[in-house]
Write a protein that binds this ligand. Structure first.
Ligand code: 5GP
Ligand code: MG
Length: 466
């Protein structure tokens, strides 16, 4: 069986003509959450219509006639899985005929006990159509005895462990659910008399929806013609919001866990400058685009000028860069080019949001020095060392591929060829994150998780970074 780890974006639209088109725009805005496949499922007069495919949203829906996805309700999904799992049958939303008629589900997250449940169900004769953990939820809800779809979903979700943000449709209802730990973000919005649910508010901005609030951990929202109401999971868990959403994953223009991501990310950069200044540097440069906001924070705090010293090519397709390690240097060169006039002879603070395998910086610093003429490159990382895999939806490599799990900081510095290397402290990061330490999962930095990770959980390699 493929073990699939997903970092995805989900959306649900209710009560809006041509809902599928808004859902399309929403996943377009959330493209950063998953570039491997995209899909939209619409509901019309009790029927469901689906279109999904491998690739970017713009590729999957190129020249698409949205009349083929009719109705005033739709859910959509974009997915970023890794090796093995990248096939069309695993693209979401999933859609199945159940005792609740047609049911559609889109899922962002990772269920750590899905493999075990799947095996049990298969032993009882269940037939699975995909190798996703998400399908387990549909099996569980179609098997229990609850009378309504939402109670049945609640019962199914009480059996799974891990992270999930779900948008689902059945019998004219749009339903959204967030796991009791609250790992991944999920927000509720209004659009005219209709409703929208999405992973990130940047999806609302594009379609002109108004942000109402975050969906609470353990909350199940049911939206019908008469409005939105909520039921809650019985289980209460310690709040475990993924701090990496603030570090890297979410778009800075989104409201994440109730706060502006830009503000928090910038503050991480400021905190980094307070903890590890580089007083006589000439300029601050970011590794675009993911480090731009943290680099601005560093620059503001330190008073050192922010300069655009690296240009990122935004049109690098997935086919150009192969996911294997063979030509990392070319992958980095095609993505980034140094601005010689900015870098030449300068002492540079290079701000990076995170180091995973260390390969980006290794190539980049070489490029900045050899081709850009940079004098000194002092790396400041706006997060602590990534030491452990994530089991809850961010696709980190196996432990041995994480450079910080194998090498001390000084060794990493030598490996990447930096003149100095400093990371943001764990405490510094958690002090900046709203609500503090008790609210977050930071297992990738500490190796301690909100629940015991499964024993045999293979982590596959991280795909090309973005
Ligand atoms: P490295 O080259 O060290 O393996 O990866 C670090 C780079 O990847 C950083 O520029 C960071 O912005 C980006 N990155 C961090 N986390 C992720 C992730 O989960 N997925 C992808 N695709 N890129 C990431
Ligand atoms: Mg980056």
């Amino acid at each position: 069986m493929d073990l699939i780890k997903e970092e995805c974006g989900v959306i649900g639209v209710f009560g809006v003509p041509q809902a599928s088109y808004l859902a399309y725009q929403g996943i377009y805005a959330m493209q950063h959450r998953g570039q491997e496949s995209a899909g939209i499922l619409s509901s019309f007069n009790g029927q469901m219509c689906v279109w999904k495919g491998m690739g970017l949203v713009s590729e999957v829906f190129q020249h698409f006639d949205f009349d083929k996805l009719p109705g005033s309700m739709a859910i959509a999904h974009n997915r970023y899985s890794t090796t093995g799992g990248n096939r069309l049958s695993n693209a979401q939303p999933l859609c199945m005929e159940t005792r609740f008629n047609m049911v559609g589900v889109a899922h962002n997250g990772n269920l750590i006990n899905a493999g075990k449940i799947r095996k049990q169900l298969q032993n009882q004769g269940a037939i699975f159509q995909t190798s996703t953990d998400s399908e387990v939820i549909i099996h569980l809800l179609s098997r229990n005895r609850e009378k309504t779809f939402e109670e049945s979903l609640k019962s199914a979700l009480s059996k799974v462990k891990g992270s999930y943000c779900i948008t689902a449709m059945s019998n004219g209802k749009l339903i959204a659910a967030r796991d009791p730990w609250g790992f991944r973000p999920l927000v509720l919005g209004k659009i005219g008399t209709g409703w929208v649910i999405a992973s990130e508010t940047c999806a609302f901005d594009l379609i002109g929806a108004e942000y109402v609030r975050e969906i609470e951990p353990g909350e199940i929202v049911i939206i019908t013609e008469t409005g939105a109401r909520s039921i809650y999971m019985d289980r209460k868990e310690r709040s475990s919001r993924c701090v990496f959403e603030y570090v890297y994953f979410s778009r800075p223009d989104s409201i994440i866990f109730g706060s502006n991501c830009d503000k928090i990310r910038r503050e991480m950069g400021r905190q980094l400058a307070r903890e590890s200044p580089c007083p006589d540097a000439d300029i601050v440069v970011s590794v675009p685009d993911s480090s731009n906001t943290a680099a601005l924070g560093f620059s503001e705090q330190s008073g050192i000028r922010f300069e655009i010293g690296l240009i990122r090519n935004h049109y690098v397709g997935r086919t150009f860069i192969k996911p294997d390690q063979s030509d990392r240097s070319l992958s980095v060169r095609v993505k980034f080019n140094p601005v010689k006039g900015v870098l030449k002879g300068k002492k540079i603070v290079l701000v990076e949001d995170s180091i995973v395998r260390g390969t980006t910086l290794q190539e980049l610093i070489k490029l900045m020095k050899d081709h850009g003429g940079a004098g000194e490159v002092h790396v400041r990382v706006a997060s602590p060392p990534v030491k452990a895999p994530c089991f809850f939806g961010i696709d980190f490599s196996t432990k041995k591929e994480l450079i910080a799990s194998r090498k001390p900081v000084e060794e990493i510095r030598k490996f990447i060829g930096a003149d100095s290397l400093k990371y943001l402290s764990l405490q510094g990061m958690l002090n900046v994150a709203p609500g503090g330490q008790g609210k977050y999962c930071y297992g990738c930095f500490s190796g301690r998780y909100p629940m015991p990770p499964p024993k045999h959980f293979e982590k596959t390699m991280m795909e090309n970074s973005c």
